[in-house]
Design a protein around this ligand. Sequence first.
Ligand SMILES: Cc1ncc(COP(=O)(O)O)c(C=O)c1O
Length: 449
Amino acid sequence: MTSKKSEQQSPNTKIQPVSMTVNAKDHLELGGCDLVELADKYGTPLWLMDESSIRLAIEHFKIGLEDYPDSLVLYAGKAFLCLSMCHLLKKMGLGLDVVSEGELFTASQAEFPAERIYMHGNNKSAEELTRGLQLGDVRIVIDNVAELNLVAEIASKLKRKANVLFRLIPGIEPDTHQHIKTGQYESKFGIPLEELPSVIQAAQKFKNEINILGLHAHIGSQAQEIEPYLEYVDILATVSAELKAKTGLVLSELDVGGGLGITYNDKDNPPSIVDWTKAIAEQVLKAFNNKNLKLPRLLIEPGRAIVGTAGVTLYRASAPKVLPNGKIYLPVDGGMADNPRPITYQAEYTAAVANRVQGSASNQPMTIVGKYCESGDIIIEEAKLQADAGDLIAVFGTGAYNFSMSSNYNRSPKPACLLLNEGKAEIIIERETLPDLIQHDRVPPRLLE
Ligand SMILES: Cc1ncc(COP(=O)(O)O)c(C=O)c1O
């Protein structure tokens, strides 16, 4: 089936959000909103999220899965989560992967359907697990034997049966940064393949406490190729067949994780959402049919590819600093506190001057630096643009793992986040204030004497 949505360019293959244009004033416009006006009204730095990019990405994942008999897209909340995001996902019928009590709490406050919440994490606390089980039919993705025993104990206390999947280590890795690989043999996440049958057998003994639904794995993030995923699906089918033979387990759910990459700059070339998802779904069909296995419900768990290119961060530049060797630093009013990815992963970004788009390209590059007290607080090395004090710098591809990984480093209040759509800009996360920064500080009375 081809629909209009499927003909639109996959949001993850574009550097800029799908609704981004340049208006008659030569300003960048996003979701029908002029970025210069937004900066004047809401201040900088400012996180902007393009609702049409998020919605289109979600539609593309659904299109990619439409030929598979039973499936669900789980959004990986770690990429970007707030109440509005939960409500949007709920409206669009998605599931949600949460990895902390905070993410679970956010989802519960948005009254996200419990049976579509999947709790991940390699070290879930008893409190987290209890909260999850109290919410209803949440799915718990068990990471290790100790956790299995803990879940069974809590389920028994609560007189509930826990719906669980088991995370395995498939021993495969996509071509990506070391810190965002998760499927390699020495991963801290999941159960080694050779231990899996005994863990399943242990789980089968908890007849009143544990309901085994299936398997989960996630091999890494920012993937640029489909092939490792096809190989990985074959491993999952082989493991499922072996488990069936050894333990009698028939999977009702298979969660293949997330990881599809996005386009941060000209060097990135990820497959489209539809191509990647379709290829995985077809491979699951083929591999499970080949092994005469019942087709499980297929779960796919993207984060970055849903929100990454929807996000733009808007900064105000100060006067460039020119070094004697000709290197030019362009300082902006944010940096590693609102985007720790460059200093953490050497992540690369692309930027433009939002208040005068034409003519701001330059062959003499400027290095865009943040304002924080670390030499590594560099947002973009050698950005090809020409900007001056007062210009607005739009950095693209900041929708995933920016807000969610942000900090208050140097005691900096976090920026506001706006959701933009059809000419409307709505605050979804308020800007932090200076009093917010000291609200949890306490002074022992002796220091006041
Ligand atoms: C278990 C799991 N699922 C899904 C994701 C989402 O990955 P991505 O944002 O690359 O799609 C992650 C990311 O680390 C993860 O650990």
